[in-house]
Write a protein that binds this ligand. Structure first.
Ligand SMILES: C[S@@+](CC[C@H](N)C(=O)[O-])C[C@H]1O[C@@H](n2cnc3c(N)ncnc32)[C@H](O)[C@@H]1O
Length: 328
């Protein structure tokens, strides 16, 4: 049984041969502790690199559920998964949706528990490679940056409509940019003359306002990342998705998260820690009343990083951080 949602997937053809080497693949599989018959969820299907291995590991008898916001990636992954499924007798279901709908989507499929859940956050290689998607500050393209083009808000909308304070917050909190206020003020000033429409136009503007940056690192790197996270509401999706994932796990079920940004990693670390300790009532002066019993044990006391060999082979893996936990 293979189900794809929703019907919009019958429209148009996606690219057929893009590559995206799955990051920390062996480690993900090890920490997820998969066995035939299990229910596994890949919250970020991408091109299906991790999912193909997850499907093999739970087949026969198991099922893979996967979420992907980007229709083009989804189509590539779907083809790859169909091949794997026929080789190993596996079954899978793909949702063209955000993983923030995790519980709802699985419940509607009659799945109230999962044995293993993977998040591989952020964007994929085809997003950067395709100039038309507007993720790259090195290629001319529209300031778009939407994972799912059914959404309306683009990066250009953020730059051309947000208030100065809202822009400064995006640059400061999501881009960790110290000169966030200076940049926001300059955006407000310049957009009155010429609205921001293209990636190179904005990248050059950032260099002009903030300086060129260190050799090998364009000053726009963090700013583009901040815009992307804002456009796709990535931190909010992570908060919603991770909390649901922990809730959804069966006893001894495992969750693995790959993050590429210190904000994401900090959030994952704190969330795991919160669920790995009893939540006590702060109004109880004896500190004895427990509001929520601990429900996770940490499998990675220290985060896992890619080996030197992997970082050299796959430059995208360089900033990856893996954290894993098990449901009690
Ligand atoms: C790092 S890539 C995943 C790569 C994948 N593990 C593979 O091996 O090919 C992240 C993917 O997650 C998707 N994505 C990002 N946020 C999402 C969300 N909230 N819900 C569903 N998919 C999301 C992106 O479109 C992207 O394709």
């Amino acid at each position: 049984m293979q189900q794809i949602y929703p019907e919009v997937l019958t429209q148009g053809e996606g690219p057929v041969t893009p590559r995206h080497d799955p990051v920390l693949l062996t480690e993900c599989i090890q920490y997820l502790n998969l066995k035939p018959g299990m229910i596994v969820v890949d919250c970020t299907l991408g091109l299906g690199g991790h999912s193909c291995e997850l499907l093999k590991a739970v087949s026969p008898g198991g099922h893979l559920y996967a979420f992907e916001k980007d229709e083009r990636n989804l189509k590539v992954a779907q083809k790859r998964l169909e091949e794997v499924a026929s080789e190993v007798g596996g079954t899978f279901t793909i949702f063209h949706d955000s993983f923030s709908s995790l519980t709802d989507r699985l419940k509607r499929e009659g799945a109230s528990r999962a044995d293993a859940i993977l998040f591989d956050l952020g964007l994929s290689s085809p997003h950067v490679d395709d100039a038309e998607r507007g993720f790259s500050f090195l290629k001319e393209g529209p300031l778009d940056m939407r994972f799912d083009p059914r959404q309306t808000k683009t990066a250009a909308d953020v730059l051309n409509t947000y208030t100065e304070k809202e822009l400064a917050d995006v640059f400061f909190y999501l881009g960790e940019e110290r000169a966030s206020r200076k940049l926001a003020a300059a955006v407000i000033h310049d957009r009155k003359q010429t609205p921001f429409t293209s990636t190179l136009q904005f990248a050059e503007f950032v260099s002009r306002v903030l300086g060129r940056g260190k050799p090998g690192r364009h000053r726009a790197t963090q700013i583009f990342q901040a815009l992307r996270m804002e456009v796709n509401e990535e931190l909010m999706a992570l908060e919603l998705g991770l909390n649901q994932a922990i809730e959804l796990l069966a006893p001894h079920g495992r969750v693995v998260v790959l993050s590429y940004h210190s904000l994401e990693d900090r959030f994952v670390k704190q969330t795991f820690k919160q669920f790995a300790t009893d939540l006590r009532d702060p109004t109880d002066i004896f500190g004895a009343r427990v509001l929520r019993l601990k429900s996770l044990s940490l499998l990675t006391k220290k985060p896992i990083f890619p080996s030197k060999e992997e970082s050299t082979r796959n430059s995208r893996s360089r900033s990856a951080v893996l954290r894993a936990a098990e449901k009690l």
